[in-house]
Write a protein that binds this ligand. Structure first.
Ligand SMILES: Nc1ncnc2c1ncn2[C@@H]1O[C@H](COP(=O)(O)OP(=O)(O)OP(=O)(O)O)[C@@H](O)[C@H]1O
Length: 253
């Protein structure tokens, strides 16, 4: 069964084609990575998957539901099953770590504070953080820890699908590789389906089951790591060479 199925998705905004005839499927439990240059449409695809944007044409099915057929309450219900890890973690500076993690439940539940703190402990453990961070504020955390807290928040509602938007951006190479390990271990422990948007090709090649390469709102190629790494498509070859070349220079400097 597919967790996400996108068919001939086209999105036009103010007469500009942002996404053109995009089709792909993400299998349950798969780590599916979307790569492409700036402005190629990566984030736009995720906006269509979470139902923030309606397609101009085409179809988006998420966890077996056709988004266009859903009423607002049904879409809200579906969104609970989708965790979104924002670029830069997007934590609330004025809230403590535990409150950030259980943010979704803070106002929407009658669970008491102890229950919510315990839920935060459970989720923080899954992302490799201990109880000592519970009462810290985001400004007291390192960049890598902030990303982990952002991931803990995304899994607080036990989603079946998680979308990571640039999970390693702004991190040094060593911390980036630790986040890669975390993405893999979360999938291992929970079986969660993962869609990762990234500029970081080292990350893409270490975590992905399959990679989709975009150029100017179109799919250039979808394939396994090996198929993409040894692609015969000129754009993909060039993209990989430039991306991995830059990473290798960064790693050796
Ligand atoms: N709300 C919007 N209104 C109009 N155009 C938009 C809007 N959001 C995005 N775009 C345009 O859509 C195109 C794709 O943007 P998108 O953010 O999906 O790209 P991206 O691949 O995620 O880029 P980046 O890697 O820089 O984040 C860009 O040309 C962008 O300017």
């Amino acid at each position: 069964m597919y967790a996400v199925k996108v068919e001939n998705l086209t999105k036009v905004i103010n007469g500009r084609i942002i996404l053109q005839d995009i089709s792909f499927e993400v299998k349950e439990g798969e780590i599916f990575t979307i790569v492409g240059g700036s402005g190629s449409g990566k984030t736009s695809i995720t906006k269509c998957i979470v139902g923030l944007w309606q397609p101009t044409s085409g179809k988006v099915e998420v966890l077996g539901k056709d988004l266009l057929s859903l009423k607002k309450v049904e879409l809200d219900e579906l969104r609970k099953q989708i965790g979104y890890v924002f670029q830069g973690a997007a934590l609330f500076d004025s809230l403590k770590v535990w409150e950030n993690v259980v943010f979704y439940y803070l106002e929407k539940t009658d669970r008491n504070q102890d229950e919510l703190r315990n839920l935060a402990i459970e989720k923080l453990k899954l992302v490799g953080l201990g109880e000592e961070v519970l009462d810290l504020y985001p400004s007291e955390l390192s960049g890598g820890m902030r990303k982990r807290v952002g991931i803990a928040r995304a899994i607080a509602t036990d989603p079946r699908l998680i979308i990571y938007d640039e999970p390693t951006s702004g991190l040094d190479p060593i911390t980036s590789r630790l986040i890669d390990q975390l993405i893999l271990s979360l999938r291992e422990k929970t079986g969660i389906t993962s869609i990762v948007v990234t500029h970081d090709l080292v990350s893409a090649f270490s975590i992905s089951d399959r990679i989709m390469v975009l150029q100017s709102g179109r799919v250039v190629q979808i394939g396994t790591k090996e198929e993409i790494l040894y692609s015969s498509v000129p754009f993909v070859k060039e993209f990989i060479k430039n991306g991995l070349g830059a990473e290798l220079i960064k790693l050796s400097s």
